[in-house]
Design a protein around this ligand. Sequence first.
Ligand code: 1SY
Lengths: 179, 179
Amino acid sequence: NVAHGLAWSFYLGYLQLVLPRLEDSIAAFCASHQATRPLWGRGSRKLHILIPLNANISHKLEDEDSNICFYDNLPNNEIDRVGVRGRVYKHSIYRVHDCALEYATPLLTLYRMSQERSAGFGEPERRQQVLLFYRTLQDILDQSLECRNRYKLILLRDEREDDPHFLSKAILRHLEHQD
Amino acid sequence: NVAHGLAWSFYLGYLQLVLPRLEDSIAAFCASHQATRPLWGRGSRKLHILIPLNANISHKLEDEDSNICFYDNLPNNEIDRVGVRGRVYKHSIYRVHDCALEYATPLLTLYRMSQERSAGFGEPERRQQVLLFYRTLQDILDQSLECRNRYKLILLRDEREDDPHFLSKAILRHLEHQD
Ligand SMILES: Nc1nc(=O)c2ncn([C@@H]3O[C@@H]4COP(=O)(O)O[C@H]5[C@@H](O)[C@H](n6cnc7c(N)ncnc76)O[C@@H]5COP(=O)(O)O[C@@H]3[C@@H]4O)c2[nH]1
């Protein structure tokens, strides 16, 4: 099953690399943005990872919900990776409540694979794969000491998607109840 | 199986994005490096992707073989991806024969997964997964019009690994026979 490999790849090739550095990146960001406005009042210093059950993803979050607006990027991380010198890893900060927010990248792969005939699965199996990805990633992260308390997985069920502020409401629910 | 998903993810999340832009990046690189030396005489304008069957990867190619040396990076590509504003994709140029060269990153995932008890496979299955990754990626790329003639997959069998210049020789063999 595809989702198992994608969950491991997302952890080993991304979260395990960037989450231990996130706290320092946010501190550097706050220091350089002090003058413009006191930041991060109620925000959370975790990486908020959106996992829509229907794998429906846009590349600009403000296109999904007008209550979400892009603020700025955290400082870049450059890491030598498999022959690419100084590969760049970056995160974007959004104004919902000041937080680093992005979709889980492998969902885009699952969405695109479900549209390719030769990839081997269609739309009905896709939801199962997204759910399996979410559960496998949760299990992996639960065992990871270096990523503990540095992330928040936000599973988005699509029953209220017709609400134009469905996304910001779901994020705020997570920020307020669990931090 | 894991390799199938990783091959699709490598294509949909990377090769399909960067290969169509590679020709322009190399042209921009040559224009800005004209003064230092006439570049790309015998080199190839494809992305050379190394696929070692034993999934043995280092992050700096000159550590593997002293005949390979890092020259410079191509200009960065910035693309908005799943909420990350201006995600950076870059390639490194090495002096073997002036070419863009990197390992296939998913092999690092396969290597690391084979060391994690809960990931579900060990070293003997890993070789099979690498071979399956290579074959699946070949099939996907064979069908891809936008990536045609823009890449070269270099499968590295490990029988001659004790030769300190095994890697540069394998690359030169590919460059000379197939371009
Ligand atoms: N949001 C986000 N920002 C990042 O910088 C990032 N880097 C990786 N990932 C996701 O983590 C996982 C593991 O990454 P890996 O590099 O092993 O595989 C990557 C890698 O093999 C290749 N690839 C993608 N971007 C690059 C890149 N910039 N340079 C080289 N290879 C790349 O194509 C695979 C799929 O990439 P994405 O489809 O972007 O999702 C990846 C993947 O789900 C990221 N996700």
